[in-house]
Write a protein that binds this ligand. Structure first.
Ligand code: TA6
Length: 294
């Protein structure tokens, strides 16, 4: 249902029959909460998140569009996360008919102002679905309704909630090439084991598999990210020093979050007039079957 969230901002609450839930603010089309059927919060939301436009909400799943990163004349990560979206009452038919799933369709179109800073006409539809097992699915459909080509980069800037970052492993990115944002985007190759964390990390992994696993050892929980149309994956933890420099981030927040972001960054997406791009992210949280010594 639609209700008032923090600072009176409109939010939609999705509830699934088995008890899982999700919340999405019309501001930014921003998912801020995803709870399993035990009511446990699976996304990280900063203890100091500022729910006040034009600042993006710190945590949940910010939508980075029409660009990931900070280059050119746009703000960092574009402006879709800093704008008010609306509920799409008559979305074009989705290929997969949704059965008993809780879902909401949102739409974002550029304002006159937006067209001045980024002169492209498009329709950005976002469908958020809670599946029967509590899986959270985000499907973005961006249609170029301009007479000229539309080029953009994109990310679901997902903040996962973890009990202790030093006890987290990421599987699925081993041996891949990545651009290291901490070293002027220099290209490196990841080593052969699961990724662990003991300092600031800001890496754009390239040509990643459709499935990435994030294992929270303490909670015996594995997040599985499945993605489609999003070839890259950004892994980010600001660690202690950068966390302290961010006003909307608690000093200790870095210990309880990890960003793993399904993205299209290395290769720009270009749509011809009338063409539509689709980018899907499916998140699930499953108990980790632990073998000792893992
Ligand atoms: O996702 C990694 C990153 O690009 C980092 O470099 C860091 O800037 C992070 O995004 C957060 O960006 P934001 O604009 O949300 O503060």
């Amino acid at each position: 249902e639609i209700c008032k969230g923090v600072n009176g901002l409109d939010k939609v609450v999705l509830r699934e029959v088995r008890g899982s839930s999700a919340e999405v603010y019309l501001y930014g089309g921003h998912v801020t909460s995803w709870r399993n059927d035990h009511g446990e919060e699976l996304l990280f939301l900063s203890t100091k998140a500022i729910f006040k436009p034009p600042k993006a909400i710190r945590g949940g799943i910010p939508i980075c569009f029409p660009q990931f990163g900070s280059h050119g004349n746009l703000d960092q990560h574009g402006f879709a996360r800093n704008r008010f979206w609306s509920i799409d009452t008559n979305p074009p038919p989705f290929p997969t008919v949704s059965t008993n799933k809780a879902l909401i369709d949102l739409i974002f179109k550029p304002s006159e102002e937006d067209l001045k800073t980024w002169p492209h006409s498009y329709e950005f539809r976002l469908r958020i679905t809670l599946g029967p097992g509590g899986d959270l699915m985000l499907t973005s459909r961006i249609r170029n309704i301009d007479a000229k080509p539309l080029s953009f980069t994109f990310a679901y800037h997902t903040y996962l909630s973890v009990s202790d970052i030093s006890e987290v492993r990421v599987e699925g990115l081993e041996t891949l090439d990545f651009l290291d944002n901490l070293k002027a985007k220099e290209r490196f190759t990841e080593q052969g084991d699961a990724i662990t964390f003991e300092s600031e990390v800001d890496k754009i992994y390239l040509a990643t598999p459709t499935k990435i696993a994030v294992i929270d050892h303490e909670k015996k929980r594995t997040f599985v990210l499945r993605k489609d149309g999003l070839p890259d994956a950004v892994v980010w933890n600001p660690w202690e020093k950068k966390a302290k420099s961010m006003a909307d981030f608690g000093d200790d927040d870095y210990k309880h979050m990890l960003c793993v972001e399904a993205a299209a960054v290395e290769k720009v997406i270009t749509l011809k007039p009338g063409e539509e791009w689709k980018g899907r992210l499916e998140l699930s949280a499953v108990p980790s079957s632990y073998r000792s010594g893992q």
